[in-house]
Each structure stands twice: as C-alpha cells, then as structure tokens.
Design a protein around this ligand. Structure first.
Ligand code: NAP
Length: 248
C-alpha cells in the first residue's frame, strides 16, 4: 500500500526532486508551496505520471493558521501522513551581522526553524502511536552551513540550520518509542534557485573549488538521501545528521 508524505517547499529545487523520487518509490505526495502555483502543479503532474496520488497545497510554513489548514486538507484528500519532509527554507542577501535587521532574523527563524517545528508538531499528531497513528518518518533539511557558520554571507541562516540540528536530535529521542524516526540532511552546495534568491546566482560555480569533490551537487542527489530516510530501508536510523556535501 502506498504511504503519504508531505514535502514542504515541494514545488522547486530539492523539494521537487524529493516529491518526484518519492512517487517513483511508492509514495503519494502532498506538494506544499507558497507563491509559485505553476511550479507546484508541474510537480503534481510528474508525481501522477510516476503512479502516485498527488495534490498541491499552498501554505506559508511560518503561519500557524495556514499550516493547520494545510494538514487538514492533506489528511482529507490523501489520508493520514506517514512521512514529512521539512524542506521549505530561505536565505537572504549576503551581509555581515552588523548589517542585519531584526526583521530579517525573524523571517529567517520563522520560516527555517519555527516552520519546521510547527509542521513536525502537526505530523506527530497524525503519526505517533501515542495518538493512534501508525508511526512514520520526519526528515528535516539542515545545511552544511550549520557546521561552517557562513561568516560574512548569512550566519543567521547558518544559526537557524544549527537550531534544526539540535531540534532533530532532541525530537528523535523524544518520539523514538512512538514509531517515528527523525533525521536531518545537511546538503552542501546544491544547484538550485535558492542562491539566486540570495542575490548570488553563480554561487555554486564560484565556490565549487572549495568542495573536495570539486563540483556542486544536484537536487536529485539530495533527494536520494531524503527518500531513503523516509523509507523502511532506514528503519533503524534515527537521530542522524547526514551530510550530502561532496566532502565539504
Ligand atoms: P529553493 O530552490 O529556493 O526552493 C524553495 C522551496 O521552498 C520552493 O518550493 C518555495 O516555494 C518553498 N518555500 C519558500 N518559502 C516558503 C514558506 N515560507 N513556506 C512554504 N514553502 C516555502 O530551495 P532549495 O535550494 O531546494 O532548498 C531546499 C532546502 O534545502 C532549504 O531548507 C534549504 O535551506 C536547504 N539547503 C539548500 C542548499 C542548496 O545549496 N540549495 C544547501 C543546504 C541546505 P515557492 O516557490 O512557492 O515560494
């Protein structure tokens, strides 16, 4: 029987690759997005072509009312979740700490940290055996930035991803006895549009000489690790922070 996964920010980049690969591996997929409905619909069509049921669902993960409505809609249309990928995330333009505003930091932590915690809370209510669920798997998107710190570029983003690492470790232990595994992936330099959104469209090419593997990674290379963590093949893997970063 196919299982149901919700991928936040599933409309583009790593999230889109995850939706498509998950469908190929037997998942039905809820594709969350905020603004680009066309991109989400394209992913829905690709999930359906791979044999999965799919829906696009709009919600800004930083807004509790929208997240609650999203979880209700997905449950009503696809059934209870067995998987959550907390993938929605943003960067901002390169700056030093002494140039950053509180508004920037609030957005960074609201989307990247609180959005992930909020979605995890709602997923636990559906998946935990304590709440009558069948168990499941939560995969959080951290970043190599959590280790590197991203000085002079976006250390607010790095700090937010550091929080995701701590959140992953604690939540994994908190609910390990309730049938839910919790892990994080820490991608390195991955070729997606996130870099352009931070004003550095050539960031992967510019920095790939710093990667021991001497190249950036693809969204699908990250999706492979995410979908493995979702699967029963990872049945004894929880509380892991997995680097997918070409050695960086
Ligand atoms: P991306 O190409 O910029 O795509 C971001 C996705 O997130 C889009 O689907 C976007 O939807 C959605 N999104 C943005 N803000 C949202 C919000 N508030 N609520 C719901 N959805 C939202 O990003 P990516 O490179 O694939 O990154 C995915 C994740 O991997 C992020 O958590 C990122 O921090 C992490 N990561 C990426 C890299 C990298 O090099 N690419 C490295 C390390 C970690 P709309 O288009 O509708 O706005």
């Amino acid at each position: 029987m196919r299982k149901v996964v919700l991928v936040t920010g599933g409309s583009r980049g790593i999230g889109a690759a995850t939706c498509i690969l998950a469908a190929q591996k037997g998942w039905d997929v809820a594709v969350n997005y905020t603004s680009n409905a066309k991109a989400a619909d394209d992913v829905v069509q690709q999930v359906k072509a791979a044999g999965g049921r799919a829906m696009a669902v709009q919600a800004d993960v930083a807004h509790e009312d929208q997240v609650l409505a999203m979880f209700q809609k997905v449950r009503a249309e696809l059934g209870p979740l067995q998987g959550l990928v907390n993938n929605a995330g943003v960067v901002d333009v390169s700056a030093r700490l002494d140039e950053m505003s509180m508004a920037r930091w609030r957005r960074m932590f609201d989307i990247n940290v609180l959005g992930s915690m909020l979605c995890a809370r709602e997923a636990i209510l559906q998946m935990s055996t304590k709440h009558g669920g069948q168990g499941g798997s939560i995969v959080n998107l951290s970043s190599a930035a959590a280790r590197l710190g991203s000085p002079g570029q976006y250390l607010d983003y790095a700090a937010a991803k550091g929080a995701i690492d701590s959140f992953t470790l604690g939540l994994a232990k908190e609910i390990a006895g309730e049938g839910i595994r919790v892990n994080a992936i820490r991608p390195g330099l991955i070729d997606t549009e996130i870099h352009a959104s931070g004003g550095l469209p050539n960031r992967v090419k510019d920095l790939e000489h710093l990667v021991p593997a001497k190249r950036g990674g693809s969204a699908m290379e990250v999706a492979q690790a995410i979908v493995w963590l979702l699967s029963d093949e990872a049945s004894y893997t929880t509380m892991s922070l997995i680097d997918v970063s070409g050695g960086r």
